[in-house]
Design a protein around this ligand. Sequence first.
Ligand SMILES: Nc1ncnc2c1ncn2[C@@H]1O[C@H](COP(=O)(O)OP(=O)(O)OP(=O)(O)O)[C@@H](O)[C@H]1O
Length: 892
Amino acid sequence: MSSSLRVVSKAGTLGKKLSFDARDGISAGNDPHFHERLPHAESRIAKASIRKPLLFLDDSESSFKVSTSGGMKKTTTLPCSSQGQRQQHHRRSPSLNNFPRFENAVTDSAALSTRALRQSASFSGRVFTSRGGRLADQSTPCSSRKTSRNDVNGAAWRISPRLELEEDPAFLQDHNVQVLLRARPISGIEIAQLGHARCIRQENAYAISWLGQPETRFSFDYVASEFVTQEELFRVAGPPMVENCMAGNNSCVFAYGQTGSGKTHTMLGDVGDFDRQPNENRGMTPRVFEYLFKKIHEEEVAQRHTNMKFKCRCSFLEIYNEQISDLLEPSSSNLPIREDSTKGIYVDGLVEVEAQNVRNILHLLLLGAANRKVAATDMNRESSRSHSVFTCVIESQWECDATINSRIGRLNLVDLAGSERQKSSGVDGERFREAASINKSLSTLGLVIMDLVDIANGKQRHVPYRDSKLTFLLQDSLGGNSKTTIIANISPSSCASSETLSTLKFAQRAKFIQNNAVVGEDASREAKGSKEHIQQLKDELARLRRQNNSAIPTPEMLVVKLVSERQVTKRLRNEVGSYQRELSECRMKLRTSLDANQRIVSELDVLRIELESSQDECKKLQQDLGTMKSEEKAEQEASSRSQLEIQLQEATQESTNLQTELQWTRDSLEEVESLVERLQRKTPALESGVPEASYENFMVGQLQAEIIEMHARLEDEHKRRCELEVQMANYVKYQEIERKINRECVLSTDDSKATRKKTVRHHDAILQLQLELDTIDGESDAIKSFRWEEGTHDDEAEVKNSVTIMQLQLKVETLEAALLEERQCLAEVRATNEQLRQQLENPQTELHGEKARIESFKGGHRSLDVESKSTSEDGKARMHTSWSQFCLFTKI
Ligand SMILES: Nc1ncnc2c1ncn2[C@@H]1O[C@H](COP(=O)(O)OP(=O)(O)OP(=O)(O)O)[C@@H](O)[C@H]1O
């Protein structure tokens, strides 16, 4: 069997057809009296309310099942219409309050036994997330755990009360807002952070304590521990809401809580693979519709004679960053909310789809969920970033006494976006804006609830519904014609302690709201009846007036009463006025403090910007300083280089002078040598002719020996000089290298754009210089080891290069020291040369003198031939004198 879905917009049918398989697989029991009982639905809902143990609604029988203890299997089926019987059977057995006893009870309820098993001495099994992921492995047997504070708390959960339905006829009549608290299991992330430490302890089925400072106890209509299943939760919250809508009221279920606390799990749950078989983790929404369609079917069958028909029109929207978009028609955006006296509050242009069975609804839910804005935060990998509202308008019509009656109920299922602390949820940028918008709308919801609580306490309040799209849209559900169930979701982990406290406070406040539910029924028959009744009363009044004039207030009496009532009204008005003034004062104060806050925030922004710019400036100044330092260094290096150059020039000049001197010395030595040679040639002749020539020979020998020694010394000096010249040449070369390096360094400190190009040149130059250095022998190995690094933009390479330059500079200093030493050596050599020259000068003069004497001696020898031997004595004496003079000279 298949059916079609009609897509209807506010403007009418769009003509869009969607086909669905209409098999819903839910078997429905017949309840022929359901229609009669509809006006009393409210009290029935109340009877199906929570608080009394062991009462379960059975889907298949539209009846209550009561299980009792005592070791016997005992199930009683109660027709819903029989209130007296119900009360009789629903009386609470005190012995059933205690969990261990409950565990011993033998019942035929599969759910009961499942729960009993789950809550017995060990809780094993894995908790799966709604999106298929596993939250935490809870397979540790309790008995094997050590006793600790956590275990104490854990024990509190283990003996935590289970879902127990209690008959409380007054509950939903007096309280239109029902607040349930649901704790999810501690997640793996939380276990990783703080282990199993808990921030809450469940006291009983209605109370929970927050274990912070100070420890605070909160009470709710029901507290569902982490072991409460989706089905169990639905049994508490779902049926009353559905039946309320079918009776022509508005119902609203909404999930509230911090991000990742389980709202989506509660509302939607795991609906994958619904074509094959319903998933046991499906949440409130699918179950609500399963129940609704089952009830619709039952009603239509039961009321066949009145031709009763139900229609369900569904829409699915999200509020994201204060903009409404249609989750069933994602191309639409920023849809406006309108208010109309007949329609009430509605979203203009929202697509409405007529659904005929659960599968249709599930398709819509999946379609909408796929279009919903989801993002990852630190707290939840798939955090819903919007509020989603699934609305089903349930319209029923039936005929009675030729009158067509109709009822309209509206069911809102709201999955709020998670409240979060921006810091802890690890959000930034777009996520931060989303979080701010979510938090703003949730805080407006909180304010609305506070005002509604005040109104419930008899105070006059203006409720700021229009301050956010969420509260504007939920206006009827929060404060007006609606029965509302709030499911506050929390995490029991100590990691979420403050968020849990704020959710608990919110839920506690919400518990005090009072709604004024009004049946949305077009009761033309009832209206007619009422008119007739009024007419009857009027007639009765006239009759009474006629009978006893005194019993009926005269116009004068009425005037007096009116005056006194006016006075009361005036007094009340004055009170209202003073309250309003107070309110406006408070508002003014609030606005002022908000403005001040805003100012502070903007000032902070300005300061932050200033701080950033001053930080930038600081950085720039540091860079400039660095550049200046390197420039200064370069200048110092340049001046020391020029000094070195001057010194080098001087040394070169000195070296040239020395060379000239050496050359001169060498020439004079050569001269002496040739002179000596000539003397040697002449000496044999003198020796043969003159007996005194032996003195001359001795003297010449001495001179020759000295000359040889001087030759050797000269040779040494020459060698040393050559070495010096080599060193000088190396030094000059090295100076050149250093100059090049410095030139490149200066270039590299120039403007940043050219830096990279220059760095490359720098690098090439250094490599070239290193090649040249390689050619320098001796100590250059140390220099060779300082290699220029590739990629001078890299800091480390820069440092290495600086080290290289420093090492080269050190080398320059070493060479300078060597130069100084060489210069001293040169000075010594020069002094020695000078000495030698002086020493050479004296023998030279002596030699000249001797030469002259030898010449004169020769002349005397010739005259001896003439004058014979008479003057030989004189000659000897002169020779002797000359010899003694020579000896004297050589001693000197
Ligand atoms: N009662 C629970 N049992 C098992 N798992 C749960 C329960 N509640 C929540 N979870 C898991 O916790 C995770 C977070 O839950 P969920 O997405 O429903 O949180 P949320 O409140 O909707 O978060 P957000 O506001 O960020 O969208 C999911 O993986 C979900 O399956």
